[in-house]
Design a protein around this ligand. Structure first.
Ligand code: HDE
Length: 755
């Protein structure tokens, strides 16, 4: 009877197909004349599912946006259940033969719970393992409309995005503020499909050809024998590789500059690195380089600060991003493009646009703003979103195409491959964070972790059984057509163009574009990193590459290493600086800057209250630091909540530090106060406060105080009236000067310092 029912159902289904297709014949059966049915020519939806094909009601069909909240799949109802929805009375005890007896194999809940746990981890990304991400939206300005038909760049078009920032070398659990390149990957969920801009905070790359990627990464990752050091380039194998492989010189110099230690993800530039190709509605093409410009300016840590943070708060960047978004200080970047004519040479002012170790100075090709990115929501679940997001430079939309940059070509191959390993199969586009918001109607089927219950019987083309669907889309229907770029006649070779041999002119330009303070930091960084190497041959070779960048850079680093100054491998090139490459100069919004206010029970708490309000009014974050946790009270106004204690605060957390004064110096205000907290010590003499102030000063941060707050400044060795040291009687005046200083990020005149 089962078979009879199945046959009947199959016959019914065939009849339904015949009815819908308007055709009596089924392919695969002996066909009378005329032969197989013609492919339908007019679009029509796929056949309705037959009763025997209907799967369970699915929550995530690929295709049309479902509006189904993925959270509902994870957690529904108020009772604890198994993964199958069975309600549970107990999840704390294994099923045993008596309270002291052996655990029974039949405990299916124990097995499910532990087995799932055993499989909770997935392989971390081979590079960019440590990241932090946020949701947001992108608004096109329409200013690129004459260059590209990409709809999401149209005027006023708003597109949801997900952005993941990352370090490159470290493992998932490594520290945020290591010296490294940062990833800046953006997923645009456009109406025409997903567009991924998978960029970095450094505009050039170590290698010119993807085939060398395993080499550079093997050299940068920890040594394979002991697996140290973690998340950094200060070791022999990295310097061995980059000194032998001089095309890495430019990227390495950027890493050794302040760009290698950003203050915040919110204060980083982003770059597409490769040259891309825009295509407009008429089919005309231009070559472009993508830039993200942060509204808060480009700012960095100083090296000692970065190292301290790695211990004090390894999640510094992650926390900073999440806190800012939660506080409503939504970070923004303007997307811009440098535009170059699409000539057969693919060069601009002599610079090879296919060489990813080269930039085009902004003075030669200004960055033209084309849209605005705002990050306004933190992920709900780190694993589901930040970990499982899958970027790929080959996720493109009509209007944006790739070029023949050999590094990009390899990436187009690599990213999809890595996702298959990392995310356990080819269906990673069905993971909620990766789902396109445009309708998906592909013909891929099955595979591990298939979430969709596909309808129809014909996932192939051409077909007649599913009405010929899905239908192809020409350019007029939004189809993606590769630009028919002519290929120069040539022969098959393993070779690079001659222009790729210039490895030093651009590093020299970068060096010459930095201010003296920034150059000091570069010298200190090379001295530190090479100082961590053991092999003299490696250090000597690295010094030779520095000699080809600049004799002073080389001499200063050689001095730090206690080594002779070598001859350059080639004489320094004659190039013009590009002032746009310097981070020093200019004033920027102070939004989200953290102002530490040190106070104790005897301080001018009315002043602290007013100061906190003023800091908030300036869109900054006040954090009160007191001897102990709890509240500071003086009986006059609201109690002041203590956010940091002398034990938990470290200077690196603050952009500026202010010391609240005692309103009546000389008197024993402490005794007179109703102090519930903060009785644990005196700010002016506590060694932890003195360290806080001394470090903030050494790191060229604005510091100050009012009333007798000066006492602690002096005790910390900081002279009131010195650069960036603000004192006065009125906290409001002190704050307004501090705010002015913060707009410039650091008190630059305090350098050069030994940091
Ligand atoms: Fe990547 N890169 N990459 N890369 N890359 C990955 O993909 C790779 C390169 C970049 O937050 C991996 O999903 C090759 C340049 C970012 O998830 C992997 C080559 C640039 C991210 C991979 C490069 C980048 C990655 C590891 C040389 C700047 C993190 C996990 C041909 C333009 C994305 C993954 C995220 C991640 C391969 C070079 C940026 C293995 C083969 C140049 C921001 O597929």
């Amino acid at each position: 009877p089962v078979k009879a029912a199945a046959d009947k159902a199959a016959e019914k289904a065939r009849a339904a197909v015949r009815q819908v297709a308007g055709d009596d014949e089924i392919p695969g059966r002996p066909a009378p004349e005329p032969p197989s049915p013609q492919e339908p020519t007019r679009p029509r939806g796929p056949l309705p599912p037959k009763p025997d094909q209907r799967g369970p009601k699915t929550v995530s069909p690929t295709g049309e946006p479902t509006g189904v909240d993925p959270a509902a799949v994870a957690q529904r109802g108020e009772r604890l259940t198994t993964a199958q929805g069975l309600r549970l009375p107990d999840t704390d005890h294994s099923l045993k033969a008596g309270p002291r007896g052996p655990v029974l194999l039949q405990d299916h809940h124990l097995r499910e719970k532990i087995t799932h746990f055993d499989h909770e981890r997935i392989p971390e990304r081979v590079v960019h393992a440590r990241g932090a991400a946020a949701h947001g939206f992108f608004q096109g300005y329409g200013t690129a409309a004459h260059l590209t038909k990409a709809a999401f760049l149209g005027k006023g078009v708003e597109t949801p995005v997900f952005v993941r920032f990352s370090t490159v070398l470290g493992s998932r659990g490594s520290s945020d503020t290591v010296r490294d390149t940062r990833g800046f990957a953006t997923k645009f969920y456009t109406g025409e499909g997903v567009f991924d801009l998978v960029g970095n905070n450094i505009p050039v790359f170590f290698i010119q050809d993807a085939i060398k990627f395993p080499d550079v990464i093997h050299a940068g990752k920890p040594h394979p024998d002991r697996e140290i050091p973690q998340a950094q380039s200060a070791h022999d194998t990295f310097w061995d590789f980059v000194s032998l492989h001089t095309e890495a010189t430019h990227h390495t110099l950027w890493n050794m500059s302040d760009r290698g230690i950003p203050r915040s993800y919110r204060m980083m530039e982003g770059f597409g690195v490769h040259t891309f190709r825009f295509v407009n509605a008429e089919g005309a093409t231009t070559l472009v380089k993508f830039h993200w410009k942060p509204k808060l300016g480009v700012h960095s840590l100083v090296w000692e600060e970065a190292q301290l943070i790695n211990g004090a708060d390894p999640d510094f960047h992650r926390r900073d991003l999440a806190d800012a978004i939660e506080a409503g200080a939504h970070p923004q970047w303007e997307l811009g493009v440098q535009v170059f004519p699409d000539t057969p040479e693919q060069t601009f002012e002599g610079i090879d646009l296919l060489d990813p170790t080269k930039i085009v100075p902004e003075e030669l090709a200004p960055v033209q703003p084309i849209g605005l990115l705002t990050l306004d929501a933190n992920p709900t679940n780190y694993f589901a979103e930040t970990e499982q997001v899958a970027f790929h430079p080959g996720h493109l939309v009509p209007g944006i195409d790739v070029t023949d940059d050999p590094l990009l070509a390899g990436r187009l191959f690599s990213y999809i491959d890595t996702q298959i390993t990392r995310l356990g199969g080819p269906n990673f586009a069905q993971i909620p964070v990766n789902r396109p918001h445009a309708p998906v109607n592909d013909m891929t089927r099955d595979g591990l972790h298939q979430d969709a219950v596909h309808r129809g019987v014909a996932p192939y083309r051409p077909n007649s059984l599913d009405g010929g669907c899905p239908f192809l889309a020409g350019p007029e229907a939004g189809g993606y057509v590769e630009v028919p770029v002519p290929i120069a006649e040539s022969s098959k070779v393993r070779a690079a163009p001659a222009s790729f041999n210039d490895h030093f002119s651009q590093p020299r330009r970068f060096w010459l574009s930095l201010t003296p303070v920034e150059q000091e930091h570069v010298i200190a960084a090379y001295s530190f990193e090479l100082g961590k190497c053991y092999e003299n041959a490696v250090k000597e070779r690295a010094l030779r590459t520095l000699a080809s960048i600049d004799p002073r850079l080389c001499a200063e680093v050689a001095k730090g290493l206690g080594m002779p100054v070598p001859e350059p491998s080639e004489p320094p090139a004659s190039v013009e600086p590009s002032p746009a490459l310097s981070q020093v100069g200019g004033e920027w919004p102070v939004t989200g800057r953290v102002v530490g206010i040190v106070a104790d029970a005897g301080s001018d708490l009315a002043g602290v209250r007013a100061l906190r309000r003023a800091v908030f009014d300036a869109d900054m974050v006040p954090l009160v630091i007191a001897p102990t946790g709890g509240e500071l009270t003086d009986g006059d106004g609201d109690p002041i909540t203590v956010q940091r204690t002398f034990a938990t605060a470290r200077s690196v957390e603050f952009d500026a530090v202010l010391l609240a004064g005692n309103p009546a110096p000389g008197e024993d205000a402490h005794g007179a106060r109703d102090a519930k907290a903060g009785d644990g010590g005196r700010a002016a003499t506590d060694p932890r406060v003195l360290l806080l102030v001394a470090e903030a000063y050494r790191h060229a941060k604005a510091v100050g105080g009012w009333a007798d707050g000066e006492e602690a400044l002096r005790a910390a060795g900081v002279t009131p009236g010195g650069p960036g040291v603000v004192t006065g009687g009125d906290p409001a005046d002190v704050l307004s000067e501090i705010t002015r200083l913060l707009a410039r990020h650091r008190v630059w005149d305090r350098f050069p310092a030994t940091v």
